[in-house]
Design a protein around this ligand. Structure first.
Ligand SMILES: Nc1ncnc2c1ncn2[C@@H]1O[C@H](COP(=O)(O)OP(=O)(O)OP(=O)(O)O)[C@@H](O)[C@H]1O
Length: 259
């Protein structure tokens, strides 16, 4: 049984009143794939092909019009927010920017624990200190505020927020886009280390095909709301089949040859 199974997932945005009849606009799906424990799947594709929308459907931030998502064989219902919030967590493109500047890091990490667990105040503090250590921060950072941290440390806090409920799946939408190259490679290595230690599975969305190739076991190519190719990452990069995959990978190779 797969850890996560995406089964015929579809999303059709509601048509605004001013759109003409017959103009169906963007539609996502049907999309199906499965993710195994400890696996990393990357999703690549041109702008506006539906990658972020698919991520939002998987974490429950949007409701699909059809299809289902199963975690360990159990359907994730949209009305069971707690179950999904704990097991499938998201790191956004600008997660670090979204950290609340008026809360200390400890208060920020306490929030998901208060909302989703029955832990006592002492139990929550212990969990926060453990998670800070896990992402390479110090116990003292509990008392820090966002403005006292570097970009890389802020990204670690965003990661700690995603990890604090012991999820099985992390969905990361361009988590490195806002980071400079040295912080980016530190964060990539941290994610790989955490995956090994915790057996986490990742769904990773990125335009950075170098990182995709480095991090992922399998890669999905999306085009116009559909999955057009899915393969082992190394196979896909060596021998892309669909025209959309060829375009992305040839552009990546051309960029590499210039460096
Ligand atoms: N919540 C939503 N409701 C309706 N339509 C949406 C929603 N989110 C995204 N869309 C539409 O879905 C399409 C795909 O957008 P999405 O953000 O998923 O693309 P993307 O592949 O992540 O692009 P990029 O790489 O540029 O971030 C766009 O036409 C967008 O307007």
């Amino acid at each position: 049984m797969s850890l996560l199974q995406i089964d015929q997932l579809c999303y059709q945005p509601k048509r605004p009143w001013y759109k003409l009849a017959g103009d169906d606009g963007f539609q996502l799906g049907p999309v199906s794939f499965s993710l195994e424990k400890g696996e990393t799947i990357s999703i690549i594709g041109e702008n506006s092909c539906g990658k972020s929308l698919l991520a939002k459907l998987i974490v429950g931030a949007e409701t699909p019009t059809a299809g289902r998502i199963l975690l360990n064989g159990q359907t994730l219902e949209n009305n069971h927010k707690t179950q999904r919030a704990s097991n499938v967590r998201m790191v956004f493109r600008h997660s670090a920017h979204a950290l609340n500047p008026s809360l200390s890091i400890g208060q920020m990490l306490d929030e998901p624990l208060r909302l989703n667990t029955a832990l006592s105040a002492k139990g929550r503090s212990e969990k926060i200190f453990k998670t800070l250590k896990l992402v390479g921060l110090m116990a003292d950072h509990f008392y820090f505020y966002k403005h006292m941290l570097s970009d890389g440390q802020q990204q670690r806090v965003a990661l700690a927020r995603a990890l604090i409920l012991d999820p099985q799946v992390i969905v990361a939408d361009e988590p490195f886009a806002a980071l400079d190259p040295s912080v980016r490679s530190q964060t990539v290595n941290l994610l790989l280390k955490l995956q090994k230690e915790l057996g986490l599975a990742f769904i990773f969305i990125s335009h950075n095909l170098g990182i995709v190739r480095h991090m992922s076991d399998r890669t999905i190519v999306m085009h116009d709301g559909q999955i057009v190719e899915m393969n082992l990452t190394q196979t896909l990069f060596l021998d892309p089949q669909h025209s959309a995959s060829k375009q992305l990978i040839h552009a990546h190779n051309a960029l590499l040859s210039l460096q």
